[in-house]
Design a protein around this ligand. Structure first.
Ligand SMILES: Cc1cc2nc3c(=O)[nH]c(=O)nc-3n(C[C@H](O)[C@H](O)[C@H](O)COP(=O)(O)OP(=O)(O)OC[C@H]3O[C@@H](n4cnc5c(N)ncnc54)[C@H](O)[C@@H]3O)c2cc1C
Length: 347
């Protein structure tokens, strides 16, 4: 399901955003026989549910008395599995162009190219973007020896890696990269970690084995030249003294913030960073580009998962004639359609 970018694809619908609404859109499109490719800058599905409140109970999903953000995301993934969507994770939908045949060509920041008659923007509150540490001159090292995400683990093989942060990403990568790096330092400003207890335990076990150099303090300086970090200076919490740590790669994981990102540059009408749509099909001012979920706006819009699910169903019906101009859409209930039941393996 994960890809390294650089390939070309054709599909019926390109969905930007693998949040709950983008995922349910796959289902509604699938019911009408339409295939989809889904792009998300995150490394997993679920959008805000999985990223911001995976363990909190959501209490207003119809017929689900209680479901956590992660459970909802997992269940949506299971529900859409029969439609075999293709996911392009850790990629930013960066550029769109209208083709001569009226279709759209979308390019990601990893040079994946996808062509389709329809684009559905389910970008929610925007793309999750890493928060950058306030360290003077860090920009000079970005992309050469400072990275805010791990896109290919191989890139860090035999490197002297310093990870900064105390949440899930910092801990996950301290543990997961450990077997392939030359050395691993974890710097966190406090002794308490915010990640899953199991991963915190794994990190401490590696520290006991001498495989993680755990330092408590604040990073104050990156030292190096020509984009290459040679060491990091941190201020120790205990001694208040500056300590220099040798490393050639720095991975700061200081959490994520949501930004509208490249979508703002696509010439689509915007209203306070949201995309106005009609409430019949949820189409934008650009023909063949639809918007659903938190990113769309219309009179009375509520930023609820429930609303996004409703928008997905109407959007799918609106998309159909772009993807199948020669066919007539037949409305069917899942309870009585044998073809849908066969697709879902429920006959
Ligand atoms: C703390 C909290 C609690 C909440 N509780 C509830 C609740 O109880 N009930 C309820 O109904 N709602 C709740 N919500 C709101 C709910 O989470 C949102 O309405 C829902 O997540 C919107 O889904 P979405 O799919 O539209 O967008 P999102 O969940 O925001 O997903 C959008 C995805 O698109 C990706 N993306 C955006 N732009 C790009 C791009 N250019 N390239 C690649 N990827 C991109 C983002 O990375 C993201 O993963 C809560 C929200 C928060 C923050």
């Amino acid at each position: 399901m994960l890809d390294g970018g650089g390939q070309s694809h054709k599909t019926d619908v390109i969905i930007i955003g693998a949040g709950p609404v983008g995922l349910f859109a796959v289902f509604e499109l699938g019911l009408l026989g339409l295939s989809s490719h889904v792009i998300d800058i995150l490394d997993r599905p679920g959008g805000q549910c999985a990223e911001l409140y995976p363990e909190k109970p959501i209490l207003d999903i119809p017929s689900r008395l209680k479901v956590t953000g992660q459970e909802l995301s997992d269940d949506l993934m299971a529900q859409i599995e029969p439609f075999t969507p293709t996911f392009h994770f850790q990629q930013m939908a960066e550029k769109i162009e209208k083709m001569e045949n009226g279709h759209w060509r979308l390019t990601t920041d990893l040079a994946t190219i996808i062509e389709a008659p329809v684009i559905v923007i389910a970008g929610g509150g925007g793309s999750f973007t890493p928060k950058k540490p306030k360290i003077e001159g860090i920009e000079a090292f970005e992309g050469t020896s400072v990275f805010y995400s791990v896109r290919k683990m191989e890139q860090f093989k035999d490197k002297h890696v310093l990870i900064a942060g105390g949440g899930d990403s910092a801990l996950d990568w301290t543990v997961n990269l450990n077997p392939i790096v030359a050395s691993m330092t974890l710097v966190h400003r406090r002794n308490e970690f915010r990640g899953m207890q199991a991963t915190v335990d794994q990190m401490y076990a590696l520290k006991e084995e001498g495989k993680v150099n755990l330092q408590i303090g604040d990073i104050v300086r990156l030292n190096g030249d020509n984009g290459q970090v040679k060491s990091v200076t941190m201020k120790s919490k205990e001694s208040k003294e500056e300590v220099e740590i040798s490393c050639d790669t720095v991975l700061p994981f200081y959490g994520l913030t949501m930004k509208l990102g490249p979508i703002a540059e696509w010439g689509i009408n915007l209203e306070k960073n949201r995309i106005p749509v009609d409430t019949e099909k949820f189409e934008t001012t650009e023909k063949g580009i639809f918007c659903i979920g938190d990113m769309c706006t219309y009179p009375g819009k509520l930023k609820l998962i429930l609303s996004g699910f409703h928008e997905s169903a109407l959007m799918a019906h609106g998309c159909f004639h772009y993807a199948r101009p020669d066919q007539k859409l037949r409305f069917e209930h899942t309870t009585s359609s044998s073809s849908i039941q066969a697709k879902l393996g429920a006959s």
